[in-house]
Design a protein around this ligand. Structure first.
Ligand SMILES: Cc1cc2nc3c(=O)[nH]c(=O)nc-3n(C[C@H](O)[C@H](O)[C@H](O)COP(=O)(O)OP(=O)(O)OC[C@H]3O[C@@H](n4cnc5c(N)ncnc54)[C@H](O)[C@@H]3O)c2cc1C
Length: 327
């Protein structure tokens, strides 16, 4: 591993100004929460920062508070804390479930919610120092002619990575907001708008600008009559990212859907909101036939690679299953 200097930040303001300072000095600096993902990239020489700014030393940034009809979750709250928080679990079960599905107990104890949302792609070409892929400044996305069995079937184009986070689809389905601190102050935006498709910029996964860090996620409690579901298919039962996952939140009354959110993971470079399926379901009875049709609509426009055609049928079925479990 290339040698680097670790700096324990004491406040968000200090972390932001350190990032700014190193950028001006043309040094490479990165923030880490648990470090469970980023340190691996450093060991593999995929990332070679001069400075690592440790956010875990910022007091209070891991708080989980119920407030104004929702939960404020500090950037440093760990996946284990989110999985085990009893009130959050009662009111935002799909988020607790999604956090509990990520990685292994050890990683969930160290890994933070911000780190989980901001983690880099788990594409084997991106993670290998032997391949200078498109996302690392090269000319090619190797999945097109190489092995793309776990890669994107929707929203690819230039680069076929899939968004690796389990919590992100659940958070988008719940309508979460993300708070960002940077040199220009604080801003809040819908989490859905945080992620960047390769057609917009194939070198980044989110809208964070240099000097900006995530400080908080706000998750509204779903309206009365809502039910949610998170389900993940993976190759092995432990330590594995989603091949396909689905988060559904359905608000219904008298057996009729008022509002549905359907978000897929593992199929696209961003958590993929199936807006067509959501629209189709509004005002309909959520029975097997409509759930199946919604699954088909959700996968319209899918463009699989040669090795991952199987994901289409898997995702359709998962949407159907998620919807039927949400009534
Ligand atoms: C073997 C293995 C299996 C895994 N399986 C899964 C899985 O099945 N599902 C899943 O969802 N995840 C999985 N993960 C990823 C795991 O959940 C992440 O490692 C963890 O959530 C990252 O949290 P962290 O705080 O350790 O992030 P870090 O390693 O500290 O950071 C990760 C990235 O986020 C950035 N970052 C961190 N905090 C902030 C912040 N506050 N603001 C801006 N940027 C920030 C860092 O700069 C870095 O780029 C797996 C990881 C491993 C190593």
């Amino acid at each position: 591993m290339k040698s680097f200097e670790n700096i324990d930040a004491r406040s968000v303001k200090e972390a932001v100004s350190l990032l700014q300072k190193f950028q001006q000095q043309k040094k490479v600096a990165a923030v880490v929460g648990g470090g469970s993902e980023y340190l691996q990239l450093m060991k593999d020489q995929v990332m070679t920062p001069d400075y690592v700014i440790n956010l875990k030393t910022i007091p209070g940034l891991n708080a989980i508070r119920e407030e104004r009809g929702g939960f404020r979750i500090g950037a440093l709250a760990t996946l284990a804390e989110i999985e085990e928080h009893s009130v959050l679990r009662e009111k935002l079960l799909i988020l607790s479930d999604a956090a509990g599905e990520a990685a292994s107990p050890q990683i969930r104890n160290a890994g933070t919610i911000a780190g989980n949302i901001c983690q880099r792609p788990f594409c084997w070409y991106f993670r290998s120092s032997h391949f200078n892929c498109l996302r690392k400044g090269g000319q090619v996305c190797y999945t097109v002619t190489g092995d793309g069995r776990f890669h994107a079937i929707l929203g690819g184009g230039a680069s076929y990575i899939v968004h690796p986070s389990d919590t992100a689809p659940a958070l988008v389905a719940l309508g979460a907001q993300i708070k960002i601190a940077g040199p220009a102050g604080e801003k809040t935006m819908p989490l859905e708008k945080f992620f960047v498709l390769p057609s917009v910029d194939f070198k980044r996964e989110n809208v964070l600008n240099p000097g900006e860090i995530v400080t908080e996620i706000y998750v509204p409690i779903p309206k009365p009559g809502s039910k949610g579901f998170y389900h993940k298919v993976r190759e092995r039962l432990a330590w594995d990212h989603a091949i396909v996952s689905v988060a559904t939140v359905v608000q219904s009354s008298g057996g009729v859907v008022r509002e549905a959110r359907v978000v897929l993971g593992g199929v696209a470079p961003i958590p993929w909101r199936a807006a067509g399926a959501e629209e189709f379901l509004r005002g309909k009875k959520l029975d097997e036939a409509n759930a199946q049709k919604a699954g088909e609509i959700a996968l319209e426009g899918a463009k699989p690679l040669k090795d991952n055609v199987y994901k289409i049928a898997m995702a359709k079925l998962l949407v159907q299953r998620g919807l039927l479990a949400s009534v």
